[in-house]
Write a protein that binds this ligand. Structure first.
Ligand code: ZN
Ligand code: ZN
Length: 183
């Protein structure tokens, strides 16, 4: 499939009996285009490597794979741009969309974990984007021991200390530490 670099749409009519193994990489520009401006995440993708296997059983399509990526965002403490690795395994089950029935049935838990496809194609792009978003931790730090910014002068304390009164700074940090333990 020569068009794989442009599109992650898979033609199910030519899916081999033994399944289709795909290995591909995606970059920042691709990730950005997956979202409208309003929905775009705060972080940016540096690179995503995906290895997945697409199989079918009757009308049901299974997508299983591994994601290894790195993302870039400002550190939550010192605000310096930092890059962290993310990744994990993922699995999707897709069944054909049946609009008439879906509207009348209440969704069971099982159905909520099942995605739908329409026609003879599935698009891997929304699944890969979703996995990237899900794997990003709530808190992003440049280092586990990032000292953050001085609450008075704003100096990045990773690069050295400032001249603010240390007793005041210590008080504030003690309060912050109590909060952070609970996170
Ligand atoms: Zn930091
Ligand atoms: Zn200071």
């Amino acid at each position: 499939m020569g068009s794989m670099s442009d599109s992650l749409k898979i033609n199910l009519t030519i899916l081999p009996e033994e399944g289709l193994r795909l290995t591909f990489s995606k970059d920042a520009a691709w990730f950005k285009e997956c979202f409208s401006e309003d929905d775009r995440p705060e972080f940016s993708l540096v690179k995503a490597d995906v290895n997945c296997l697409i199989t079918r059983s009757g009308d049901t399509i299974y997508v299983r794979g591994e994601l290894a990526a790195s993302i870039s965002q400002d550190c939550d403490r010192c605000l310096e741009k930092t890059t962290i690795p993310i990744g994990g395994d993922f699995a999707y089950t897709l069944v054909p969309e049946k609009t008439e029935i879906a509207e009348e049935l209440e969704l069971t838990a099982d159905e909520l974990e099942t995605s739908h496809y329409r026609g003879d194609f599935i698009d891997l792009a929304p699944m890969i984007c979703e996995q990237i978003v899900l794997q990003v931790p709530m808190k992003i730090l440049c280092a586990g021991d990032c000292k953050g910014l001085c609450p008075h002068c704003g100096k990045n304390l990773n690069t050295g200390s400032c001249n603010c009164r240390s007793d005041v700074v210590d008080d504030r940090l003690a309060v912050l530490k109590k909060f952070r333990v609970k996170n």
